[in-house]
Design a protein around this ligand. Structure first.
Ligand code: SAM
Length: 230
């Protein structure tokens, strides 16, 4: 694991709908697209989309716990993230949030929005307990499956075989998969990107790298989009 971020596991730490829109290029999707957010954690994406009448499904093993149990983990993650950002601040771009304090406030606001929605809806409709590489959804249940800040980021811990199985599983439940960012916890391009792309091309999928207008980890501005060939 990266020296600056002393994380033993994928931490529950979440981005907002505005961030998802930018790094997943969501504005180009047709209205009414059925979206699955994998490894969604305490992102407010699903809550914000539901509030604006565009529901999505969020899946994460975390959701097996209660809002209070999950919040305790978010609290612990916050301390580790703030300390890591202090140590590694030169590896990040500070335009979306100009300071670490502003960034932390933004993340905690996002997590509180998630908590409010999770408390109100529970874990049987919008928030589903489910872990890659075995998702509890039918084949082709979704148009698009998203996964951010899990695959590639924790590549050392997850390993290459897990990456292949996880992406294949997302492609089982959705016609298209979008992954972001493509960096590891050290801020380096993940070594898993090339083998994953090569295997998918071999299997006949259309695979595309696209620069997006979002960059928090320096160099973390590229989306990987995978789709069945038309
Ligand atoms: C850093 S959070 C990312 C949250 C959100 N996608 C975002 O970008 O804001 C990583 C999440 O991965 C989840 N996770 C851990 N193992 C998983 C697995 N096997 N399958 C799916 N999600 C997993 C964790 O519970 C955590 O909530």
């Amino acid at each position: 694991m990266a020296r600056e971020f002393q994380l033993t596991d994928a931490v529950p730490w979440g981005r907002s709908e505005q961030e998802y829109r930018l790094f997943f290029a969501l504005d180009e999707l047709p209205a009414g697209s059925r979206i699955l957010d994998c490894a969604a954690g305490p992102s407010s994406f699903a809550a914000e989309r539901a509030a604006s009448g565009r529901p999505v499904i969020a899946a994460d093993p975390l959701y097996a716990g209660s809002a209070e149990e999950i919040w305790a983990r978010i609290d612990g993650a916050a301390a580790a993230m703030a300390a890591g950002l202090e140590r590694a601040c030169e590896r990040f771009v500070w335009d979306f949030s100009p300071t670490i304090e502003a960034h932390m406030q933004h993340r905690l606001r996002t997590a509180r929005q998630w908590r409010e929605d999770f408390r109100a809806t529970g874990n049987s409709s919008r928030y589903i307990a489910g872990a890659l590489p075995h998702l509890p959804f039918a084949d082709g249940a979704f148009g698009v499956a998203l996964c951010s800040h899990f695959l590639f980021l924790y590549d050392e811990r997850l390993g290459e075989a897990f990456h292949h199985r996880a992406v294949r599983e997302m492609l089982r439940v959705a016609g298209e998969v979008r992954l972001f960012p493509l960096l590891d916890l050290h801020g380096r391009p993940s070594e898993m990107v090339s083998p994953v792309m090569a295997a998918l091309r071999e299997q006949g999928y259309a695979v595309e790298l696209r620069r997006v207008p979002y960059e928090f980890q320096k160099g973390g501005h590229t989306l990987l989009r995978i789709a069945r060939r038309a």
